[in-house]
Design a protein around this ligand. Structure first.
Ligand SMILES: *[C@@H]1O[C@H](CO)[C@@H](O)[C@H](O)[C@H]1NC(C)=O
Ligand SMILES: *[C@@H]1O[C@H](CO)[C@@H](O)[C@H](O)[C@H]1NC(C)=O
Ligand SMILES: *[C@@H]1O[C@H](CO)[C@@H](O)[C@H](O)[C@H]1NC(C)=O
Ligand SMILES: *[C@@H]1O[C@H](CO)[C@@H](O)[C@H](O)[C@H]1NC(C)=O
Ligand SMILES: *[C@@H]1O[C@H](CO)[C@@H](O)[C@H](O)[C@H]1NC(C)=O
Length: 467
C-alpha cells in the first residue's frame, strides 16, 4: 500500500526530472547557480543528517521509537548500541560509504515503479530477509561520523579494514568481538554515474554478506555514510518500526496523494507537503495535510473537476478546476479557478487568477502556493469576517484531468519556471550581457582599415580640383 502511494509521487518526480532533461539544462544550471548563492547566504537552519541501517542474522533489541519528525541523536544511538552489544560476542560489519543521504534511496532506488531498476537490490533483499533490522532515516551528523568511534568503543576492538577478497581469506573467530570495516566510495561525478557507483557498492555488500554467511558466522551489519551527500533541511522524518523494507522505511515521511475516483479510476489527484490554513495574520498555521478528509461532494466531468475535502475537524477545503481549448496554443489547458475554505459557517474564497494552469494532460506543481506572498491565490472576499484567512500550501501538486487509469501524476508543469524571481534575475542579467556583446560585435564589424591612406604603393589620392 505505502509503496504504491509513494510510487505515484516519486515516479512523477522522476518523470519530471527525465522530461526536464537537456531541453532546459541551462535553466537548471542557472537555477543551481542561483541556489548555490542562496545557500551560501541563507541563514536558515538545516540540520545535517545521515541515514543508518542496521540488520542482523542474530536478533536486535527493538529501538524505542522517539516522536515522529525526530532526528536521532548520537546519544540515542549510543544507548541503543549499548543495549544491542551488551552481552556475548558480536561480529559487526560496518559498510561505511564516503557519503550517504536519505535522498540517495529515493533517487536511485528504483523501487518506485521498477524494482529491477534499483541501485540497492541486494540491500533491499537482505533487509527483507534478515531476522531483524532497524532503520534510522535521520541520524544527527555534526562534522564527523560518530558511528565508527561508537562501535569501536562498544565492541572494544579496533576496526579491521577488509574488502571482499581479503575477507574470503580471513578466519573469523566468532567467540570474540570483531569489527570489520568495509569502505565504500560515493560518486565524485568524474568517472561513473552515482547510480553505477551505488550499484557497485550494493554488489559489494551482497558479496561480503554471502562470504560471511558461507563462513557460518552470525553477524550484525551497519550501513551508513561518513557524511551526508546532501544537506537536507529539517523536515519530519519519522523513525520506523523494525522490519519494514528499506525504501519504505527510509522515505516513509511521504504521505499518499489524495485521490478522487470515479467508477474505480482516479480523476483528481492532489498532493501537498503542507496544506496550511490560518484565520488571523498572527495565529499559528494549522496543517490540514496531517488529517484525512472525506471527498464527498467532489465531481468530475469533461470540463470541470471539483475536489471537496471535508475534514473531521470541521474545515472544508475545495478546489475548482476547469479545462478548455485555447486556439492560440491549439491545445487544452486546465486552470485552478478557485479555492474555497469553509469553517464554522463562513466561507473564504481565493481566485486562481489564471496563474495556476498547465496543459490539460499534465499536472501542476508549485513549491509554494499561498494567498499572501507573491500570491498565486488572490483573496476574493467581500466578507469582513473572513478577510484575514490565509492559505499556504507547500510543495503542492494537483491534477484534475487526463489521469487515465494511472495512479500517478502526469509530468508536472512547474510554476517555478515562470515565477521564480531568481530566474527572472538570471534572464534579465543574461539579456543585458547579450546586448552588450551584440553591441560590441557590431562595433568591431564596423571597423575597417583605411587602405588608401596606409598603402604607399596604391594609387595616390586624387583631390578633385575645383575651377
Ligand atoms: C578464539 O578466541 C578465543 C579467545 O581469545 C580463543 O580462546 C580461541 O582459541 C580462539 N579460537 C580460534 C579458533 O582461534
Ligand atoms: C482510487 O483508485 C486507485 C486505483 O484504481 C486506488 O489505488 C485507490 O485506493 C482508490 N481510492 C479510493 C478512495 O477509492
Ligand atoms: C505548516 O503548518 C505546520 C504545522 O503547524 C508547521 O509545522 C509548518 O511550519 C507550516 N509551514 C509553513 C510553511 O508555514
Ligand atoms: C460539468 O460540471 C459543471 C459543474 O457542475 C457543470 O456546470 C457543467 O455543465 C458540467 N459539464 C458537462 C459537460 O457535464
Ligand atoms: C460575521 O460574523 C458575525 C458574528 O459571528 C455574524 O453575525 C455575521 O453575520 C457575519 N457576517 C457575514 C457577512 O457572514
Amino acid at each position: 500500500m505505502t509503496v504504491s502511494r509513494l510510487a505515484s509521487r516519486e515516479q512523477s518526480f522522476a518523470e519530471r526530472l527525465k522530461m526536464a532533461g537537456p531541453r532546459c539544462s541551462s535553466k537548471v544550471r542557472l537555477i543551481a547557480f542561483i541556489a548555490l548563492f542562496v545557500a551560501l547566504f541563507a541563514t536558515g537552519s538545516a540540520t545535517a543528517q545521515v541515514p543508518l541501517l542496521i540488520w542482523t542474522s542474530e536478533s536486535l533489541p527493538p529501538l524505542a521509537s522517539p516522536a515522529a519528525g525526530h532526528i536521532t541523536s548520537n546519544d540515542q544511538l549510543n544507548a541503543y548500541l549499548t543495549s544491542a552489544f551488551s552481552s556475548g560476542s558480536h561480529t559487526v560489519l560496518l559498510f561505511l560509504q564516503d557519503k550517504l543521504s536519505k535522498d540517495d534511496f529515493t533517487v536511485f532506488g528504483g523501487v518506485f515503479g521498477n524494482k529491477q531498476d534499483s541501485a540497492f537490490q541486494n540491500l533491499e533483499a537482505v533487509l527483507q530477509s534478515s531476522s531483524s533490522s532497524v532503520t534510522l532515516p535521520a541520524l544527527e551528523w555534526s562534522g564527523s561520523s560518530a558511528v565508527l568511534p561508537l562501535l569501536k568503543d562498544k565492541l572494544g576492538v579496533s576496526p579491521l579494514p577488509v574488502d571482499a577478497d581479503t575477507l574470503s581469506e580471513l578466519t573469523i573467530n566468532a567467540s570474540v568481538n570483531n569489527l570489520l570495516l568495509i569502505s565504500l566510495p560515493y560518486c565524485t561525478g568524474l568517472q561513473k554515474s552515482c547510480k553505477e557507483v551505488l550499484h557497485i557498492n550494493d554488489e559489494i555488500i551482497g558479496k561480503v554478506l554471502s562470504i560471511v554467511k558461507a563462513k557460518n558466522v552470525l553477524y550484525t551489519a551497519v550501513y551508513t555514510g561518513v557524511q551526508p551527500s546532501r544537506v537536507i533541511s529539517e523536515t519530519s522524518v519519522p523513525n520506523q518500526p523494525v522490519g519494514r523494507s528499506l525504501l519504505q522505511a527510509v522515505v516513509a515521511d511521504v504521505s499518499p496523494p489524495i485521490m478522487f475516483n470515479v467508477s474505480g479510476s482516479p480523476c483528481i489527484m492532489l498532493w501537498a507537503q503542507n496544506l496550511n490554513i490560518s484565520f488571523t495574520s498572527t495565529s499559528p498555521w494549522l496543517d490540514l495535510a496531517t488529517q484525512t478528509p472525506s471527498l464527498a461532494g467532489s465531481l468530475c466531468n469533461q470540463t470541470n473537476s471539483l475536489l471537496v475535502l471535508t475534514y473531521a475537524s470541521g474545515f472544508v477545503l475545495s478546489f475548482a478546476m476547469s479545462q478548455r481549448f485555447y486556439p492560440g496554443s491549439a491545445r487544452n489547458w486546465f486552470t485552478l479557478d478557485s479555492v474555497q475554505l469553509q469553517s464554522s459557517g463562513q466561507t473564504a474564497s481565493f481566485i486562481g487568477s489564471r496563474s495556476i494552469y498547465a496543459p490539460a494532460e499534465y499536472s501542476f506543481h508549485c513549491q509554494s502556493v499561498n494567498s499572501f506572498d507573491q500570491a498565486l491565490l488572490v483573496p476574493n472576499n467581500t466578507n469582513q469576517n473572513t478577510s484575514q484567512w490565509r492559505l499556504n500550501f507547500i510543495n503542492f501538486q494537483i491534477q484534475g484531468f487526463g489521469l487515465g487509469n494511472g495512479t500517478n501524476f502526469s509530468y508536472a508543469s512547474d510554476c517555478a519556471g515562470f515565477f521564480s524571481p531568481g530566474i527572472w534575475m538570471g534572464l534579465v542579467t543574461s539579456l543585458v550581457m547579450l546586448l552588450i556583446l551584440v553591441y560590441g560585435l557590431h562595433m568591431i564589424m564596423q571597423l575597417s582599415t583605411m587602405d588608401r591612406f596606409d598603402d604607399p604603393k596604391g594609387p595616390s589620392i586624387s583631390v578633385p580640383q575645383s575651377e
